[in-house]
Design a binder for this molecule. Sequence first.
Ligand code: GRF
Length: 211
Amino acid sequence: MLRVTVCVSGGGTNLQAIIDRIADGTIRNAQIVQVVCNNPGAFALERAAKAGIPACCVSPKDYPDREAFHEALLAKINEAAPDLIVLAGFMVAVPHQVCAAYAGRIINIHPALIPSFCGKGHYGLHVHEKALERGVKVTGATVHFVDEDLDTGPIILQKAVDIQEDDTPQTLQRRVMEQAEWIILPRAIDLIAQGRVRIEGRRTRILDAAD
Ligand code: GRF
């Protein structure tokens, strides 16, 4: 059984998608053992409580400096001994301590088709604002492994979403969530739980079920 820690900061709709897909059996052989949040007011914490999942808040405001916060975050994650860490709308740059301790076992959902609209400053609604500003006709979401840089780890899954003429950043964000994020993040977790994702350099290979 794959032990999963989900890190959140906001509404938690991606967390909810994982909870629901585990409940309906779409995600096999995995359980959420912990939710970690950096924002005490996040609705994601209510979603965790409703699902009976142990949750904790590790806020930078509670520590004298960034390093102390990073150490506390690692210690809290280690308490749950996860096999996989899922960043689901987590607005904290993953500290090097966590990257080192969980190398190859951290994944993130990004609301664009990496390498488009990613990297510094590209998070949440800003991603969709930039896609609309650039006039792309297709966007989508990406699930990728997390490495020491921002949005640069090996890509696991991507799903495209058409942009509509009358889209606003808000309508586009919602459609990317519904039609891409909430589908490929659970799918990636299921594939990892089945041992079907292999990292090969800067790429990944999805093994056939029979492999
Ligand atoms: C989503 O758009 C996700 O792609 C991005 O942050 C937002 C978080 O959404 N990383 P939620 O907290 O999962 O609802």
